[in-house]
Design a protein around this ligand. Structure first.
Ligand code: GDP
Length: 322
């Protein structure tokens, strides 16, 4: 409740052909459904909406596939007026030329009437494909879309592309990047994380939405999928353990000094070498700070880290205050 429920909440609108994976993506990322259980999802027949109550409310909706956004009878103003991002899900294991055709129609409609909406293309179901095939089809789809948009005079329309699969971390990483673009607090969060990293010589810092494993911000250093994977698995483990045992012995007064509830903090080695660590600290009920720290970081100076993370926590809570 300490978070503002504003009109500016991220709203995601999923589109794409039948069976491309729109429902699966939402269920896996936002409702923690196991990927294997998506096999028998019912087809979506009307516009369905859903929301994830977290540090901000993320709202999602899905376009039923028998409808096209470009039908003349379709009131696209009513649909798109509140949408922040349109995510086009394109099944790369299927014949995708017809999907590209509708994708282009939709992109043109958006750029003409709703230029504010970001347009994201998930080149989806990349699991089980060879690296080479994945790479080639990714390039081909991107090239085709870019060419067609240029031909139609919209070459400057920016479209982002992601390779995704619900069977690995790629879908969470893509979703993180999509959501981040819609957060007005992003620059503030990034500045705070950059400061923390340079002060404590931290290799990489992520701010995670604990429940969904989406990261809502990271520092400016290069991002590696491996870091993200290790951190997000760790968030999962800690969340599970917390649910069973709770936090003990690390009780700390919560920001604002209301009831003293335990704030979780924990650390493990990153890999077998034992030189690198992953540090987790809960910022509040929804957000967790994850840091990857290697040799030369302040890993042995826990006081310094604790102090700086404490400051970061206060600042973040300010950023999200109503
Ligand atoms: P929708 O009609 O676009 O909502 O598609 P669904 O979400 O119902 O998914 C259609 C089928 O694709 C289901 O059987 C899913 O299990 C499958 N599917 C979804 N995502 C993936 C993925 O990343 N990889 C693979 N191999 N199959 C997927």
């Amino acid at each position: 409740p300490q978070y503002a429920r504003r009109k500016g909440n991220p709203r995601l609108f999923f589109m794409g052909l039948r069976k491309s994976g729109k429902s699966s993506v939402q269920k896996v990322v936002f409702q923690k459904m196991s990927p294997a259980d998506t096999l028998f999802l019912e087809p979506t027949t009307r516009i369905e909406t859903d929301s994830l109550q977290s540090f901000v409310t993320i709202e999602t909706a899905e376009m039923p596939t028998q409808l096209s956004a470009t039908l003349p009878t379709w009131d696209h103003h009513a649909i798109f007026s509140n949408v922040g991002a349109v995510i086009w899900v394109l099944d790369i294991q299927d014949e995708y030329l017809s999907s590209i055709a509708s994708l282009i129609e939709t992109a043109v409609l958006l750029v003409t009437h709703h230029p504010r909406i970001t347009f994201e293309v998930f080149i989806h179901k990349t699991d089980g494909l060879s690296e080479e095939y994945k790479h080639d089809t990714f390039r081909e789809v991107r090239q085709r879309v870019q060419d067609e948009l240029s031909d139609l005079g919209h070459g400057d329309r920016s479209v982002s592309y992601y390779q995704t699969s619900i069977f690995d971390h790629s879908i969470f990483e893509a979703m993180s990047k999509v959501v981040q673009k819609l957060l007005p607090q992003l620059p503030a969060m990034e500045t705070l994380l950059n400061k923390l990293c340079s002060t404590c010589r931290i290799q990489k810092a992520y701010l995670f939405d604990t429940g969904s494993k989406i990261y809502v911000a990271t520092d400016a250093s290069p991002t590696f999928l491996k870091d993200y994977e290790v951190c997000s698995d760790y968030v999962d483990v800690v969340a599970d353990i917390k649910q069973i045992y709770g936090w003990q012995g690390h009780g700390r007064a919560r920001a604002g000094g209301e009831e003293a509830s335990a704030v979780g903090e924990s650390m493990v080695t990153y890999d077998q070498s034992g030189d690198t660590y992953v540090y987790l600290r809960e910022i509040d009920d929804h957000l967790s700070l994850l840091c990857v720290m290697g040799k030369g970081s302040s890993v042995d100076k826990r006081m310094l880290i604790d102090y700086n993370v404490g400051i970061l926590q206060q600042a973040l809570l300010q950023v999200f205050k109503v």
